[in-house]
Write a protein that binds this ligand. Structure first.
Ligand code: GDP
Length: 197
């Protein structure tokens, strides 16, 4: 897919205030620091369409970007752990779950996973939640350039194996690197093929 235009449209925390038109949308989500902003910028070939630190506060909101005037890329807040007293409390902001429950035009979510890490409980639980709520999603392994090809494949295989402990089959997945643009054509091609259906 050729990216002809990519425009920031709005940020908010209220699903009811998201764009009213019925264009298909694709959500990007993952733990903080997984490489989400870098991936979005790589896909859109923009230096700073999505920003982590540059646009303070906006990383905690639902951010809509209109792509090629016919679909939305939705940058969702990173989930993670909040330090609450001594215990680490898992946090999926309420409006994230609300977004997935209510947003009918959400076609597919891309759940980002750092390819270097062992399967993290919070990611597994998040995907579990998505499965239980019948939210369609793909996995995106990020930062592929940080591993040698063998180690990368080994990690991906181990991850999928781990998922098969609870899933009947594993979701479609992509391997990406924001520094080398690996996976760009595959991921955008996938979105394009769904949009054409
Ligand atoms: P976010 O919090 O998920 O939006 O993560 P960022 O996109 O801000 O990335 C977090 C850190 O990982 C930054 O220091 C990025 O430069 C780095 N990073 C992100 N993607 C890649 C990648 O594909 N390759 C490499 N080598 N570093 C990456």
């Amino acid at each position: 897919m050729l990216i002809k235009s990519a425009e920031f449209v709005m940020s908010n925390s209220d699903v009811a205030k998201c764009p009213k038109d019925r264009l298909p949308e694709y959500a990007f989500i993952g733990r903080s620091n997984v490489g989400k902003s870098s991936l979005i910028n790589m896909l859109m070939q923009r230096k700073s369409l999505a920003k982590t630190s540059g646009r303070p506060g906006k990383t905690q909101l639902i951010n809509h970007f209109l792509i090629n005037k016919n679909w939305y890329l939705v940058d969702l807040p990173g989930y993670g752990y909040a330090r609450v007293s001594k215990s680490a409390k898992k946090v999926f902001q309420k409006f994230i779950t609300k977004y997935f429950e209510k947003r009918e035009q959400m076609v597919l979510a891309f759940v980002l996973i750092d390819c270097r890490l062992e399967p993290q409980p919070i990611d597994l639980e998040f995907m579990e939640w998505m499965g239980e709520h019948e939210v369609p999603f793909c996995m995106v392994f990020t930062k592929a350039d940080k591993l040698k090809p063998n180690a990368l494949q080994k990690n991906v295989d181990a991850y999928l194996q781990k998922m098969l402990e609870t899933w009947v089959e594993t979701p479609q997945y992509f391997i990406t690197s924001s520094s080398s643009s690996v996976g760009r054509d595959e991921l955008l091609g996938y979105i394009g093929s769904i949009n054409e259906q």
